[in-house]
Design a protein around this ligand. Structure first.
Ligand SMILES: CC(C)(COP(=O)(O)OP(=O)(O)OC[C@H]1O[C@@H](n2cnc3c(N)ncnc32)[C@H](O)[C@@H]1OP(=O)(O)O)[C@@H](O)C(=O)NCCC(=O)NCCS
Length: 235
């Protein structure tokens, strides 16, 4: 049995991710309509979309991500490959239509985060993780990278809106120094729920950075422990 060096990686979104990122959006925000135009967002110079991905070949041996035993993870493993003439036909079609290659992505997308640069602030637009892959540190890794991106942009504060009922997301943001600054009444159109406005202190200060680096270190250790305990893979 072997262990991979990283359970997943965070990188900028690519065109071939769009199909999967829409799947994650539907899972994380079932009432959102219309779906985000990720294609358009990718052309926006003031937006940065990050995704958490892992290779599809990274299959669990005996333990699935949902904690069930018995065989490869059905969510990340590919269906049985087609053979013979049918396979050759599919391959040539794929070469002819590069946009189809997204449906055969070698990477499995676990979650995403959208960040906008708004004047001197950055704004976390959305963060979502597939339901079976929550509580594994994916959301936290995305928020860490959003803070790092904001530092690269020389942004002072990061801000966001979150449903008052969304205690899981609030806990994640609070962990990284976001504070409740106010309420936008009836902000969400699906159920008229209020939004909390949460904002960081200035992110480039020594104080913020000390705590941020500490949390990052603890998170990296936790991911490494998950790897050894929970995510064995076959070569
Ligand atoms: C919010 C969300 C992105 C968190 O992603 P995740 O990958 O499960 O989160 P992580 O495993 O990285 O958790 C990091 C921290 O977030 C907090 N957290 C996450 N889920 C939590 C839960 N269900 N209950 C309490 N705290 C939670 C904890 O502080 C956790 O740190 P800990 O593990 O040290 O306790 C995920 O639940 C999700 O996609 N929800 C639906 C979409 C959504 O609500 N997005 C936010 C909109 S603003």
């Amino acid at each position: 049995m072997e262990f991979v060096a990283q359970p997943f990686q965070i990188r900028a979104i690519r065109r071939e991710d769009i199909r999967q990122v829409l799947e994650v959006e539907r899972d994380a925000f079932p009432t959102l309509w219309p779906p985000t135009s990720f294609k358009k967002e990718m052309q926006n110079r003031l937006a940065r979309y990050l995704v958490a991905v892992r290779p599809r070949t990274l299959m669990t041996e005996g333990v699935s991500d949902s904690g069930e035993t018995g065989g490869p993870d059905p969510l990340t493993s590919d269906p049985a490959p087609p053979y013979g003439a049918w396979r050759r036909w599919l391959e040539s079609l794929r070469r002819l239509l590069p946009s189809m290659s997204g449906s055969q992505s070698r990477e499995f997308l676990l979650g995403y985060l959208g960040l906008w640069k708004v004047v001197d602030d950055s704004h976390i637009i959305s963060v979502g993780v597939r339901t079976p892959h929550r509580r594994l540190g994916v959301g936290e890794s995305l928020v860490i990278r959003a803070i790092e991106t904001s530092l690269e942009w020389r942004i002072r504060f990061i801000t966001l809106e979150v449903r008052v009922s969304n205690l899981a997301a609030q806990a994640l943001y609070e962990k990284y120094g976001f504070k409740k600054m106010g309420v936008r009444k009836r902000y969400y159109r699906d159920n008229n729920e209020d939004a909390l406005i949460m904002t960081t202190d200035p992110i480039a200060t020594e104080e913020f950075q000390r705590e941020f680096q500490h949390l990052k270190g603890v998170h990296a250790e936790k991911l490494a422990r998950h790897l050894v305990l929970d995510i064995p893979v076959t070569s």
